[in-house]
Every structure is written in C-alpha cells, then in structure tokens.
Ligand binder design. Structure first.
Ligand code: IPE
Ligand code: IPE
Ligand code: MG
Ligand code: MG
Ligand code: MG
Length: 301
C-alpha cells in the first residue's frame, strides 16, 4: 500500500472518529443502574479500531451522501460489536482476560454484570437507531431490520454458536472442513461487516445497484477481516493486538491458517479483498473505502 493511500486512511479516521466519539457515551450519562452503565462504558471506551462504524460512514460517502446521516447506524454497529466482544470473552466462550489492552469486562466487573453489559449494549443499539431523527422512518426501519438480521441467529450469534460447536467437534476428533469454516466466518464476523456497508447504503439513500454492490463488498470484506484476525492470532504480539494471541491453536479453533497454512490463508485473504475491491469500484465515490479495505488486509494489529 502506498504512503499516500495510508495518509488517506489516517485522514479519514481523523475526520470520522471524533464525530463518532462525540455521540458515544451520551446515552450512559445518568441512569439508575450506574454500575452497569460503567461496565458498558468501560468496554466501549477501552478503545478498538472502530472499523465497522467507519466502514458504515464511508459507505454513505461512497454513494454521495454525508457521513453524518450514517452516524446513528455507525454508533449502533459499534455497540453491537462491543457487546459481541464482551460475550465472546466470557469463560463459557473464548475465556479471555485481555481485550482492547485492558482486563476484559467480566474480569473488571464480574461475570453476571458483563453478561448484562452485553445485553445493555445490544438493546441500546436498537433504541439509539430507532430514535434517530436524521433518517426518515421507512429507512430507519429498514436499517433496524438489516442490523437485527446481521446481529442475530442468522448472523453473528449464529456464527458464534457454530464456532463453539466446531471447537467441540475438534475436541472429539471430528474434523471440520473448509465449507463449514467459510460459513462460520461469514456469520460470526462477515454478517456485521456486511451490515456496516449496507447500513451506510441505506442511510445514504443509495440506488438498488449501489446497495447491492456494498452488500457484496461487505460480505467479502467480512470474510477477509476474520481471515486476517486468524492470521494475526498466529503471528502478531499481544502488545500490538491488545488481546491474547496464539489462543486459537490452544483451544482447537478451526481457522484459515489451521486448514490452509499461513500462505494459503494469506492467499484467501488476498482473494476476498480483491472481490471486495472489484465491487467497490462500481460506486460513485469509492476511493476512501478502497483505501480502507486495502489497509485492513495489510494491518499489523
Ligand atoms: C475483533 O474485532 C473480533 C472479530 C470479529 C475478529 P476487531 O478487530 O474489530 O476488534 P476491535 O473493535 O478493534 O477491538
Ligand atoms: C470473534 O471472533 C467474533 C465475534 C463475533 C466477537 P474471535 O473470537 O476470533 O475474536 P477475537 O480474536 O477474540 O477478537
Ligand atoms: Mg470467538
Ligand atoms: Mg475470541
Ligand atoms: Mg480471533
């Protein structure tokens, strides 16, 4: 990736992240369940790359709208993503104690409160989006429908369930193949990234063709994102990632590097990214999204 493409990604993040952060913590001011609110804010504030909200805002811009119209969608996506991480880290799931460079939510607040913090973020995502005056009601309902579908049993939650099943099958010596792994990645990570681009399309009032291109690109980028996450788990450092590494192999997780080796996984990442770039090129103003998609494949954390 060229230096100027990197500068473009940096400039877009510098422009969009402050918009997002300004909205972030507002819903958690006050409220009677102060400890719960603290747990929710803790996991959100811990950091994170904010890739899904930025993809959403850039998707709106790619179809000729302003980023602001996608802001409520962007916030809702990050709430749902953060909830998914809190639950993913629980002892009953991946059992992790480090996330975004800090003790995980259940380590800091206790398991029961962490489960509730996840529940709180999940529901707040829909409350926030439903109350967004920037989108006309019909587009708001459509955005809520797409987000619910991507987050729920036919999307992220379904993928997490298959991921756990896969781990159990490996433990019992039953192999999980490439077809099943593709489904797991498409659901557990791909669905929410696909929704990030599609929500940007809905917020930006995209044509049906542009929305379809963004949905397709999101699907491919989502797969690429999880392949890269698998690769980084096998190759990066804990300090760079802000989470434990080398866990997938330890837990018997089915991953791209496990089934294809590092080189094969890298090639699958490249192919998925290329598919996304091809679709993005059909959009009226795709340059920032293209740079971000390229950066995501090359990131080192
Ligand atoms: C981690 O997501 C979990 C996956 C779906 C791979 P991110 O890598 O986007 O995590 P943060 O938001 O930057 O912490
Ligand atoms: C998580 O995948 C996918 C989610 C829906 C949260 P991982 O379990 O690989 O994510 P990390 O590596 O813990 O961030
Ligand atoms: Mg997991
Ligand atoms: Mg995990
Ligand atoms: Mg991982």
């Amino acid at each position: 990736m060229s230096g100027s493409a990197k500068d473009q990604v940096r400039a877009d993040l510098d422009r969009l992240l402050p918009l997002l952060e300004a909205r972030y913590l507002l819903p958690f001011a006050g409220g009677e369940a102060a400890f719960l609110a603290e747990a929710m804010a803790y996991s959100l504030r811990a950091g994170g790359k904010r890739i899904r909200p930025v993809l959403c805002m850039l998707a709106a811009e790619a179809v000729g709208a302003g980023a602001e119209c996608a802001l409520a969608c962007a916030v809702a996506l990050e709430y749902i993503h953060t909830y998914s991480l809190i639950h993913d880290d629980l002892p009953a799931m991946d059992d992790d104690d480090l996330r975004r460079g800090k003790p995980t939510c259940h380590v800091a607040f206790g398991e029961g409160q962490a489960i509730l913090a996840g529940d709180g973020l999940l529901t707040e995502a829909f409350t926030h989006l439903a109350g967004d005056p920037a989108l006309p009601p019909s587009r708001r309902v459509e955005a809520i429908r797409i987000l619910g579908e991507a987050a729920g049993w036919q999307g992220m939650v379904g993928g997490q369930s298959l991921d756990l099943e896969g781990e159990q099958r490996t433990r019992h010596g039953q192999p999980v193949g490439m077809d099943q792994l593709r489904i797991i990645h498409r659901l557990k990570t791909g669905a929410l990234i696909r929704a990030s681009l599609e929500l940007g399309a809905i917020a930006g009032n995209a044509s049906p063709e542009a929305r379809a291109a963004l949905r397709g690109a999101g699907e491919a980028l989502g797969l690429a994102f999880q392949i890269k996450d698998d690769l980084l788990d096998a190759t990066a450092t804990e300090v760079a990632m802000g989470k434990r590494v080398g866990k997938d192999q330890g837990k018997g997780k089915i991953t791209y590097p496990l089934l294809l080796g590092l080189t094969g996984a890298q090639q699958a990442l490249q192919e998925a990214t290329e598919r996304a770039l091809c679709l993005l090129q059909q959009l009226p103003n795709p340059h920032s999204l293209i740079h971000l998609a390229t950066y995501l494949a090359e990131r080192s954390a």
